[in-house]
Write a protein that binds this ligand. Structure first.
Ligand code: CMP
Length: 139
């Protein structure tokens, strides 16, 4: 089934000028970019976006970090996109991510892990519409 997922290029990856590297990997990996924008989250927006993690001990530092600088948000499309993209970027902790994955090559730590990806169809829908309207998503 053709699916869509939401990915974010996180602040450290943008600051280190890896936007182009990450986008090239995504396109070569067979994912089609259907929407894209650069923005900076407010602390409150980051808290809302990551509210599923609000009981976790890292919630405060995660939302400080994610609102600390510009990010790039994208909607990607492909067959089995949600699971395939999570495999493609590698494990949450870059040290545990497989060779050749985006997180392994550009991530620094579990917090500074280069990219975010939706983890289920329900979350993908919620996360896509957190950043984009229908008008901004290509057919
Ligand atoms: P992401 O895919 O954006 O989803 C939630 C984020 O929380 C995750 O990537 C990590 O960056 C972050 N995270 C997960 N576990 C930890 C942890 N133990 N310490 C700090 N950050 C974490």
């Amino acid at each position: 089934m053709v699916e869509r997922t939401l990915t974010l290029i996180k602040p450290e990856c943008v600051a280190e000028k890896h936007i182009g590297d990450v986008i090239a990997r995504i396109e070569k990996g067979g994912f089609t970019i259907k929407a894209m924008k650069m923005l900076q989250l407010t602390k409150r927006e980051a808290e809302k976006f990551y509210e599923v993690h609000k009981e976790r001990p890292f919630y405060g530092e995660l939302t400080d970090y994610m609102s600390s600088g510009p990010i790039v948000a994208m909607v990607l499309e492909k067959e089995n996109c949600i699971a395939d993209f999570r495999n493609f970027i590698g494990a949450t902790n870059p040290q545990e991510a497989a060779e050749g994955t985006i997180r392994r090559d550009f991530g620094k730590s579990i917090q500074f892990n280069c990219v975010h990806a939706s983890d289920s169809p329900e979350n993908a829908k919620r996360e896509i519409y957190f950043y984009f309207s229908d008008r901004e998503i290509m057919e």
